[in-house]
Design a protein around this ligand. Structure first.
Ligand code: MN
Length: 230
């Protein structure tokens, strides 16, 4: 069974359940435990989770007035884990803050506060219920994401998602492609074509495990992890 490392956050249960239902065996990892290189060597797949803002100084910007968290240890651990995983071609799935961190770790930047910095933006902070559909996204054809969500999309490209973020990807990291946007232009998914499974999604597919809308996404990730060659 594919062993999946899940970066620890404050609310793990939906991530854990989503991986289990996709056939993977989840294990929490965090700063202060196994080193990133050890995790990359031992696990078949790595998943980053939601949480607070990535420190803007890590992508060369002054923090916006909304910046609060500064989880310095978590940022440093997850950046090292991301770079080690991608260098070793380990299947990688990054959710919400995880996608933002993936982009920063690989050389991209973030929009620090969508409401004040994206004119005409939709409401991307619909907190409850957690599986509430907040907006649609348009998924790029020819992407891995489009293949995985084929049965869940209307007209072959539109997907309805939840949304609990006030930041998003700005400049996309080199080697990555945008694979979904919301109608206001906010980047909602990205992937690295040409290698192992490596994908970020800005919404929270893990909150839908009870009804299964995004089970195919987790299954694609876990299957890639199962097939990892060493
Ligand atoms: Mn959104």
């Amino acid at each position: 069974m594919a062993l999946i490392a899940i970066a620890q956050n404050r609310r793990m249960s939906d991530y854990v359940e989503s991986v289990r239902r996709a056939g993977g065996e989840p294990v929490e990892v965090a700063a202060g435990g196994e080193l990133p290189e050890q995790i990359v060597a031992r696990f078949d797949g790595i998943m980053l989770t939601g949480g607070g803002d990535v420190d803007p100084t890590l992508y060369g910007e002054t923090p916006h007035e909304t910046f609060q968290s500064a989880e310095t240890d978590r940022d440093a651990f997850e950046i090292a884990l991301t770079r080690a995983a991608i260098a070793a071609n380990v299947p990688f799935l990054a959710i919400c803050r995880g996608m933002q961190l993936l982009n920063v770790a690989m050389g991209g930047t973030l929009i620090q506060d969508i409401p004040s910095q994206v004119p005409g933006a939709l409401d991307h902070s619909v907190l409850e219920p957690r599986a509430h559909v907040a907006h649609e996204v348009w998924v790029s054809k020819d992407s891995r994401l489009s293949t995985l969500l084929a049965e869940h999309m209307e007209d072959g490209e539109t997907c309805h998602v939840n949304s609990r973020h006030h930041q998003s990807v700005a400049k996309v990291a080199p080697g990555f492609e945008v694979t979904a946007t919301s109608p206001d232009g906010v980047i909602e998914a990205m992937e690295k074509p040409g290698g192992a499974f490596c994908m970020g999604v800005q919404w929270h597919p893990e909150n839908f495990w009870r009804t299964g809308e995004f089970r195919s996404l987790f299954e694609g990730f876990v299957q890639a992890a199962s097939a990892r060659t060493r």
